[in-house]
Design a protein around this ligand. Structure first.
Ligand code: CDP
Length: 221
């Protein structure tokens, strides 16, 4: 029988969701789906086309005519209309604007439908902001992964430095806090822990410790 276990991991920027989600998926033979990458891909296209990011109609139309593919593999690839944008969607420029695009109800409706379709075919570990609350409320296990803003900014700074970006840590903390604020206060699908989610604060935990805790919970939901 195919493993149809469905794991939802939500939480704020830099809590370690994607690293942990990938490892849990690999360990359990599930498909990893990075929903943030989908919002980032739409944002990249909107920036390239010079759209007004407060124009909800234009952004919704753009999402409708955009094809996003997540290609599984040792390094998951993100294709935007067939072009590999895996690296480009992680740029600080996209990070600074993505929450404006993600708060548009029409954009969310289009991407959520695609996410549900992907999860209907196989067992998944899906990470994002609204997976346990909106996208997959029937998930077998829901995790809300968080950490202090300083710790999250430090992790993100290391990640960006490894990619050759110059980091101003005070500015990064401010940007992460701004993004969390928009994500938590938007009208549609705000970032919030589902009532039945297990909350894990990863500030003082290693990646392996978080993975182990989640795998244990899946064994004993
Ligand atoms: O990796 P990081 O935590 O920085 O963010 P991400 O998971 O790549 O998501 C980028 C942004 O997309 C978030 O700040 C949200 O604004 C939006 N997002 C969302 O609204 N809903 C999701 N399910 C996933 C991401």
């Amino acid at each position: 029988m195919r493993n149809k276990t469905c794991v939802a991991i939500d939480g704020p920027a830099g809590a370690g969701k994607s690293t942990v989600a990938k490892l849990v998926a690999r360990q359990l033979g599930l498909l990893y789906i990075d929903t943030g990458a989908m919002y980032r891909a739409v944002t990249l296209k909107a920036l390239r086309e010079g759209l007004d990011l407060t124009d909800h109609e234009q952004l919704t139309a753009l999402a409708r005519r955009t094809k996003i593919e997540l290609v599984p593999g040792a390094k998951q690839l993100v294709l935007l209309d067939g072009e590999d944008v895996t690296e480009e969607i992680r740029s600080p420029e996209v990070s600074r604007h993505v929450s404006l695009v993600a708060k548009v109800p029409g954009v969310r409706a289009i991407l959520v439908e695609q996410q549900r379709r992907m999860a209907s075919e196989t067992g998944v570990v899906m990470d994002g902001r609204d997976i346990g609350t909106v996208v997959l409320p029937q998930a077998d296990i829901k995790i809300f992964l968080t950490a202090s803003a300083e710790e999250r900014a430090n992790r993100r700074a290391k990640e960006l430095a490894n990619k050759g970006y110059t980091i101003d840590i005070a500015k990064l903390i401010k940007e992460i806090e701004e993004r969390d604020y928009i994500d938590s206060h938007r009208e549609v699908s705000p970032l919030v822990a589902a009532a039945d989610a297990t909350i894990i604060d990863s500030s003082n935990l290693s990646i392996d410790e978080v993975v182990e805790e989640i795998v244990k919970l899946i064994g004993n939901p």
